[in-house]
Design a protein around this ligand. Structure first.
Ligand code: PLP
Length: 412
């Protein structure tokens, strides 16, 4: 008998029977409140009727027409919808299937646009598991150990992780920007640097919002040196942080934006956006793959963006996120093992810390397991694995947040 690979380390023992909205109904007969959303993907809730209808309808029209061969309507419609929400000036879009692929497309584009080889990434960043994306990932050695040689030309700079440094945010941002300047003087000259790549909130790296002032500092340096600024919005985008894009907590826009996960409610599709001028620096055939821009995924993407707009999900993310954060902060008062509670919108990180201030991964793992027993699904993250992350769907109600908080406290 064939079994699933043991490398698939499942965070919970749950086998799904069916799912709806914020709930997963298991084959064990139990109903779980899903604060994982397939790792930040099913933002409109499981099986949103409008998304299901759009996908069903599209399956009967055309499933796959490689869009470099034949264009299809859903992709044109998705491009138009994205145009309504993309930052001004990012008026050209390219599609792939996954976050990793889109990150790779962004890196290739930055290299082609600048003619420079090197990429600067920031400590704790997660950009995917394909070999190039893993080369850009510093959220934990498990993503890269044993795969050497990885892609050359990647340089890591500091991330303003104020809590871990024991500093206030301003000090942490000043430090990280000075480290970046030092890196540009010592390891990768601006003339060799194609891009800065950063998440507007670290995902797998520990659910850490990137301070807006840090993003501002990156923009200023990118402009000064002709470096492309890439924002990886794969996890933070499409309302997750309480604004449509995670970078909207800063005053700046990227040169290249990467999006995936929340744009199609679970159907695989990802995109990069840049100015037409930048995008035209990529030569035909240099980007893409067989399945990129799938028609059913694109139709689901259009429906998803309509739902986000019609149901006010960005605002719901902000309001329910505040409720969730305040509730966890209250729990923190009773449990000193919770060192830090942070996040924006419905992207909440809870860092577990031992008495001496060191990361406490054992407790985080135990709490994550215990939440499943309480019929609440959660995940851990962070380089040390000591952060429990809560990622409810953007359709979550006040009552569901209250239920989630009760179950979380019981687990702690
Ligand atoms: N970038 C970020 C910020 C992510 O969170 C992820 C996945 O979690 C990726 C890239 C990679 O996306 P995928 O797993 O779809 O390849």
């Amino acid at each position: 008998m064939t079994s699933l690979s043991p490398v698939l380390k499942q965070a919970t023992p749950v086998v799904v029977d069916h799912a709806q909205g914020s709930w997963i109904h298991g084959t064990d007969g139990r109903s779980y409140l899903d604060f994982t959303t397939g790792i930040g993907v099913t933002s409109t809730g499981h099986c949103h009727p409008k998304v299901v209808a759009a996908a069903r309808e599209q399956v009967g029209r055309i499933i796959h027409a490689q869009y470099t061969t034949v264009m299809h309507q859903p992709l044109l419609a998705l491009t138009e919808k994205l145009g309504e929400v993309l930052p001004a000036g990012l008026d050209s879009v390219f599609y792939a299937n996954s976050g990793s692929e889109a990150v790779e497309a962004a890196i290739r584009l930055a290299r082609m646009a600048t003619g420079r080889p090197n990429i600067v990434v920031f400590q704790g960043g997660f950009h995917g598991r394909t070999v190039a994306a893993a080369s850009l990932t510093t959220a934990g050695t498990k993503f890269s150990a044993g795969f050497a040689p990885l892609m050359a030309g990647v340089h890591m700079s500091a991330f303003p992780y104020a809590y871990r440094y024991g500093w206030d945010e301003t000090t942490a941002v000043d430090f990280a920007l000075r480290e970046l300047d030092y890196l540009l003087q010592t390891r990768t000259a601006p003339a060799d640097t194609a891009a800065f790549l950063i998440e507007p909130a670290l995902g797998d790296g520990g659910y850490l919002p990137t301070p807006g002032t840090f993003m501002d500092g990156l923009r200023e340096r990118a402009d000064r040196h002709g470096i492309q600024l890439i924002f990886d919005e794969v996890q933070a985008g499409v309302g997750r942080t309480g604004k449509f894009w995670g970078h909207q907590y800063s005053s700046v826009s990227p040169d290249i934006l990467v999006t995936a996960k929340g744009i199609a409610s679970g159907f695989p599709i990802s995109a990069i956006a840049a100015s037409t001028e930048t995008m035209s620096k990529a030569w035909p055939g240099s980007q893409g793959g067989t399945y990129g821009g799938n028609a059913v995924s694109a139709a689901a993407g259009v429906a998803t963006l309509e739902v986000v707009e019609e149901e006010g999900l960005v605002e719901n993310s902000r309001v329910r996120g505040e409720q969730l954060k305040a509730g966890v902060e209250e729990i923190q008062e009773r449990f000193p093992v919770i060192g830090d509670v942070r996040g924006r919108g419905l992207m909440l990180g809870i860092e577990f810390t031992a008495e001496d201030g060191s990361p406490d991964a054992r407790t985080a793992a135990a709490v994550q397991q215990a939440t499943t027993e309480q019929e609440l699904l959660t995940l851990t993250c962070g380089p040390a694995g000591n952060v429990v992350r809560l990622i409810p769907p953007l359709v979550v109600t006040a009552e569901e947040i209250a239920t989630g908080l009760e179950r979380f406290e019981a687990a702690v």
